[in-house]
Design a protein around this ligand. Structure first.
Ligand code: DGL
Length: 278
């Protein structure tokens, strides 16, 4: 977890910077907006490099550092890495790079804290190949409480399926049921949705478990954590939010259409190729 920092030069009206590999992180942006409507958001979706779940560690670190610089240029008062893959692989480099300027929040630590405080005994984790390969959830949960059991399963088809708008239909049901019925997830009592795309299929996952497992979706937990950090630093905005910006590194109409699912409202995507200069 980031250490407490105080930076006198930060102002409450500065925006919250949020980034993801694509538009999945809009689930976190939406939760932040719901909880703190007075905050201005600057979102960056790296749609040109999607999916991070299949990229090399070096590439994810490099993309994340460039995006962090972009958000700093936009004078963000805090950076939220709204992507589990980038949180697992690049949080430390981004945190070290940004240094004492601002806090960098990942989506993993707040969820781990919530899980170890819950009644969970056998925790399932589903996420991208990269997130599951790092074993970050199991390591952190077991470090906090080694009496818990953690079973992680890579579910690489889910993010592209959701990104294409395939959910709440027969195809998504078949794929979801196939993954969730794997022996690895047998007998879990809680399931962490370790990918910011997955809140969109939460209801399908809930209907698979029929109450036998608690589904843990990070969006709200992370939003609460961001609020707490801003409150501790006296950086919550007191006035009104200014214009939000939603940047993407590659633009297609399908991204624009999908943003409505993720943000529950129409937002205008702005194309911003931050890689050109490098
Ligand atoms: N949203 C990303 C995450 O939370 C997954 C999508 C991707 O593979 O880029 O891990």
């Amino acid at each position: 977890m980031p250490t407490q920092k105080t930076n006198q030069s930060l102002k409450t009206e500065q925006p919250i910077g949020i980034f993801d590999s694509g538009i999945g992180g809009l689930t976190v942006a939406h939760a932040i907006h719901q909880l703190m409507p007075a905050e201005t958001l600057v979102y960056f979706g790296d749609t040109a490099h999607l999916p991070y779940g299949e990229k090399s560690t070096a590439a994810i670190k490099s993309y994340s550092l460039h995006i962090a610089d972009f958000l700093l240029k936009h004078k963000c008062k805090i950076i939220v890495i709204a992507c589990n893959t980038a949180s697992a692989i690049a949080w430390k480099v981004v945190h070290d790079h940004v240094g004492s300027k601002i806090d960098v929040i990942n989506v993993i630590d707040p969820v781990v804290n919530a899980v170890v405080k819950s009644k969970a005994k056998h925790v399932g984790v589903i996420g991208t190949n990269n997130t599951v390969k790092t074993n970050v959830y199991a390591d952190k949960i077991l470090e906090a409480n080694n009496m818990l059991q953690v079973s992680s399963l890579a579910t690489p088809l889910l993010a592209p399926m959701i990104e294409e708008g395939f959910f709440n239909n027969k195809i998504s049901k078949t794929i979801i049921n196939d993954y969730l019925s794997r022996p690895k997830l047998k007998n879990i009592d809680s399931l962490i949705l370790a990918c910011t795309h997955y809140p969109l299929i939460k209801s399908e996952i809930e209907s698979y478990y029929k109450g036998k497992a608690t589904i843990i979706d990070s969006a709200e937990i992370v939003a609460q954590h961001v609020k707490q950090v801003l409150q501790n630093k006296k950086l919550l905005n007191k006035g009104e939010a200014r214009k939000h910006h939603f940047f993407v590194s590659d633009y297609t109409q399908s991204f624009e259409k999908s943003t409505r699912f993720f943000f529950k409202g129409k937002i205008k995507l702005e194309l911003q190729n931050i890689w050109k200069a490098f």
